[in-house]
Ligand binder design. Sequence first.
Ligand code: ATP
Ligand code: MG
Length: 584
Amino acid sequence: MKASRMYMHTLREVPAEAEIASHVLLLRCGMIRKLVSGVYGFLPLGYRSLRKIEQIVREEMDAAGGQEILMSAVQPAELWQESGRWYAYGPELWRLKDRHEREFCLGPTHEEVFTDTVRQNISSYRQLPFNLYQIQTKYRDEARPRFGLIRSREFIMKDAYSFDLDEDGLSKSYQEMYEAYEKVFDRCGLEYRAVEADTGAIGGSNSHEFCALSEVGESEILYCDACGMAATAERAAFRDEPMPAEDELPIKEVETPDSKTIEAVATYLGLPQDKTIKALLFSVYRGEGVGPDYAAVFVRGDRQLNMTKLVNALGVPEFAVEFADEEAMHEATGSVGGYTGPVGLHDCTIVVDSELIEAKNMCAGACKEGYHLLNVNYGRDYKADIIADLKLLQEGDPCPVCGTPVKAARGIEVGQVFKLGTKYSESMGAYYKDENMEDRLIVMGCYGIGVTRTLAAVVEQHHDEDGIIWPVSVAPYHAMIVLVNGRDAEQTALAESLYAELTNAGVEVCLDDRAERPGVKFKDADLLGFPVRITVGKKATDGLVEWKLRREKDFVELSAEDAIARTVELIRNEERGSKWQRKS
Ligand code: ATP
Ligand code: MG
C-alpha cells in the first residue's frame, strides 16, 4: 500500500477522552474511531490487525478440533427465560422489542443459542463430543464503558462451546481449549498469566481467566511463587488462621461517641482493628418486581469484603445487591449507621465471615447511636444465617494453599474458559441417548476470547512514548519504507523497487510516498510502529538504505538487497509469534 493512497489520519494530540496508552495510540494512529460511548469502528490499519488476531484465533481453534459457525446477534427473550438469565443477567443485557412488542436481546454471549441449536439435532451418544465456535459481535450495556476497546458496549468475541458425554470428556475438552488459548496469546505476543477465576453470570464450576499483565488492567491477580497458586482477587480463597484460645468474658456496653468507622472506634477504645467487627449493610433484590430485603454482613475490622464472594453466598446476581439506605434499613431491622453490630438486629439476613466464628471477645456496634459492645462472641451472643469466606485476599496475606505470603499483579482479562457442566443442558433440556437408550444431559464447556480487547492489550504491552511497537504477528503492515525526498528520481526509483520486491516476497509493506517533510514521516512511522522501517534517502545513489527495527534504537546501513533479505528473514521467523517480549 502506498501511503499517498491510504485512508490514514494520524493525530498529534492526545484525544481528551483517552486515559490509557492503548486507547490513546489506537485513536492517534487512526486505527479505530469512536461512534458513541463504548462503540467503535475499525479503520483500514485497525481492521488489518483485528483480522490477524481473528485469524490466529481461528487457526488455533481449528487445530484444536473446533468447527466455525456464525449465529445471529439478535436472540429471542424466550431462550433467556428458559435458562433463567433474562432476569439474572441484569441491566447489562441489551434488550429490545420488535414492532409486535416481542422481546429480544442483542447477545452478550451465546450459551442459550448454542444449547438450543444442539438440543434440536443431537439424539445419540454417537454424535458427541464436538466443539463449535464463532467469531462474532457481542453487545453488553456496560455500566461504565471505558478504556476504548478494553471495555466497550459492542465488541468482537470468539466464543466456543464444547459438548461432551460426561465430566471426563469435559475435562479433556477444557484442557484442549486451555492449551489452544496459550498458543493464541503466545502468537499475539502477549505476556499473560492463566489464573483461577470466579464463574460470574456465565455459571458452572471451574474457570480460568487469561490475563495480559498490565498496570492498567481491571483484573487483580493474587499469586504465590512458592506453590504456583494463582487466582483473581474475586476468586482467591482466604485460609482462616487458628485463633488464640481465650475465655469468653461478659458482654459489656461502652460509650463510643463519634466512632462510626473501624479506625475511629479502635483508636477511641485503644483496641487493635483485628479485635473489632465491621458491619456492611445491603439491600438484596431477589426477583423481578420484588422489593428489597436486607442483609447485614460482618467481617473482621481489618479485612476487606469481597463482593463476589458475598453475592455467591447470597445466591443472587451481582446487580441485585446494593448498599442499603441507612434509614430504611434502620426502620426494618434496627441497624444504626456506623453503630451496627450482629447483636440486636432483626428481620435481616445475617452473613458472617468464617473467621469470626472462632474469634473471641470482639468489639462490635451496639445498634445504638454512640455505643459499642465489648466481648461479643459468636454462638453465645449472635448467630448467622449464612457463614462463608467473605474476605478479599490481599498482597502479603498467607497463600490459601501453602501459607507463603502472596503477591499481587494486575491484568487485562483477554479470555476465560468455563466448565459449565449441565447448567444449560438441564435448564434448557439438552439430552442425548446413551447405549441403553437412557436420556442423559449433555455436559458443556464454554470458552471466550475478547478479540477486540486482545488488540488493545497487545498495544498496552507493546509501545513506548513515540508510539506502538507491533509484534510481527499482528502488525497492520510488516514494514514501512520512508521515502525521504519524493522529488528525487533516484530515491523514488529505489523506494519503488524495494516496495515491489518486498511485496513479491510476501512482505506486507507500506511505502510512505506522501509529499510530507521527512520529520513528519519519521514521526508517523514511529507512531504506527510497523516492525521494520527502511529509509531511502541521499545514499540511494549508492544503492544504500537505512534498516531499522521499531523495537531497537539504532539503524544499520545496508544495500537494498540485504535490506530485503533481512526483512524477509525477520518476518519469516516472527510471523507465527515471537518469544520477544516487551522491554520495560
Ligand atoms: P469482565 O469481567 O471484564 O466484564 P467478563 O468476565 O464478563 O469480562 P466473559 O463473559 O468472560 O467476560 O467474556 C469473554 C471475553 O470477552 C472476556 O474474557 C473479555 O476478553 C471479553 N469481554 C468481555 N466484556 C467485554 C467488553 N465490555 N468489551 C470488550 N471485551 C469484553
Ligand atoms: Mg470473564
